[in-house]
Design a protein around this ligand. Structure first.
Ligand code: DLL
Length: 427
């Protein structure tokens, strides 16, 4: 793999600033953001008033804990534009979540917000090892989803040559990577696996691909998957995180030289970890639900947004800003099987230990009599399936039926993979 470490002068001053400098900036911006939200968004005025807090009560960063959380249903109640803090004519761009489980969540960006997004997105791509002169194959979906356009803006701003492929037409993805000699790829990790399959189907050697680095996010993936992709393509694989309610891609990103968790761009997004049941703020290092407060956004300020993503905050390493550990999963995706908590990523971790099984999987929950029963659909033969069932029993602590079928029996994603099918109410 190529050495993509930064050279002297590659980093912005804030990336190596002291803890005190970062906190001073955060405090100043947080005061502004709380007032901006309170003064311009009816929801925040009402929720702060109901909690008996006012932006002037913020005397230190820790005082943020006095302010109420914002949850997805608050955004839904204010559909479509009720959470905007500026008149619509100042909103330059709108994105929305897919809304598969109810009303979509609509978010907006002013010109200054888009400039900030491009900036932190460019910073992320630089952390991942890309530089002016690199050619980026962007296979995140373009449209209301923030992935495609979000990455695109940052990549153009930092001077990359961007190929706006979007998702789908997998054979064409491979052709374009090869013909244009892409050095970077941005795509969901599950779709990268489909691209890997396609390389092999076309008789091409993935190791000989021009790719130096893949920047994977929008869904959870394991370090075991990182190894699989890095070895198959002989390229670096780094993790990028974000969510539309807070920005889109580029809230945090791993550095290629350390790959030890995602540095949160804390000059624009203030993270907290809370206990998912009590809401209590937990100290750095403890596992809990990630909460974000935007510090500079104009159109759609977001205060203490409960992401439902589970992770922990860690101190800075390759950059001064704090890291978040790879996301274990969303609290919504947690399966409770006969009292044991299981995340789809724990299954992925075990699956990657069985080399004769393909890396694609889907979990189905059904009822067997009164009991919940977990079936894991994979591709391979019966002995490999038995091996996976034994690994899951030993390492995850649950009994699962592993159903191994022929190649292409597990549905392929072209974006975010659907890992869990809940058929417990059927049949
Ligand atoms: O997925 C933004 C994005 C696009 C991030 C491209 C990275 C790359 P949403 O569609 O709003 O936004 O979904 C956000 O996806 O709350 C997480 O549950 C999940 N997610 C995003 N990145 C990661 C990641 C985009 N690196 C939701 N690891 C978030 C784990 C992730 N989960």
């Amino acid at each position: 793999m190529k050495d993509l470490s930064p050279k002297p002068g590659d980093l912005e001053a804030i990336e190596t600033a002291s803890h005190d400098e970062i906190q001073a900036l955060q405090f100043e911006r947080m005061r502004w953001s709380l007032s901006h939200a309170y003064n311009n968004v009816g929801h925040y005025k009402a929720s702060f008033d109901a909690a008996g807090v006012h932006p002037d009560n913020l005397k230190s960063l820790a005082d943020l804990a006095k302010f109420p959380f914002t949850v997805k249903s608050d955004l839904r109640k204010n559909y479509p534009f009720g959470m905007f803090a500026v008149p619509l004519e100042q909103v330059n761009r709108i994105h929305a979540s897919s809304g598969t489980t109810g009303q979509p969540t609509v978010v907006g960006y002013t010109q200054a917000d888009l400039t900030m997004w491009n900036h932190v997105m460019g910073r992320s791509l630089r952390a991942a090892g890309l530089r002016c002169g690199d050619l980026l194959h962007n296979a995140y979906g373009y449209g209301l989803f923030t992935g495609g356009l979000g990455v695109h803006g940052g990549a153009e701003k930092m001077g990359l040559t961007v190929v706006p492929v979007s998702g789908g037409m997998t054979e064409r993805q491979v052709r374009l990577i090869e013909d244009f000699q892409a050095t970077g790829i941005t795509v969901t990790p599950s779709y990268m696996l489909s691209i890997l399959d396609e390389y092999r189907r076309l008789g091409l050697e993935p190791k000989k691909s021009p790719l130096k680095v893949g920047i994977f996010g929008a869904e959870p993936w394991t370090n075991a998957m990182r190894e699989e992709v890095e070895q198959s393509f002989n390229m670096h694989a780094v993790d990028i995180y974000g969510l539309s309610e807070v920005l889109g891609p580029g809230v945090s990103c791993e550095c290629v030289e350390s790959k030890d968790g995602l540095h949160i761009w804390e000059d624009h997004f203030y993270p907290e970890i809370i206990h998912p049941q009590t809401g209590e703020v937990l100290p750095d290092g403890e596992l809990g639900e990630l909460v974000f407060t935007s510090l500079s956004k104009e159109a759609f300020p977001i205060i203490r947004y409960r992401t439902r993503d589970l992770t922990r905050l860690l101190s800075g390493t390759a950059r001064s800003m704090r890291r978040m550990e790879k996301v274990t999963g969303r609290s919504d995706d947690m399966i409770i099987l006969r009292g044991v908590n299981v995340f789809p990523m724990q299954i992925e971790e075990q699956l990657m230990k069985v080399p004769t099984l393909a890396a694609h999987f889907q979990i189905e929950l059904v009822k067997k009599g009164p009991m919940d029963h977990m079936i894991i659909h994979v591709e391979g033969d019966a002995p490999a399936a038995a091996e996976l069932a034994a690994l899951i029993k030993a390492n995850v602590g649950v009994t699962a039926e592993v159903n191994a079928s022929e190649v292409n029996s597990v549905p392929r994603s072209q974006g975010k993979a659907v890992r869990l099918i809940d058929n417990r109410t059927k049949g």
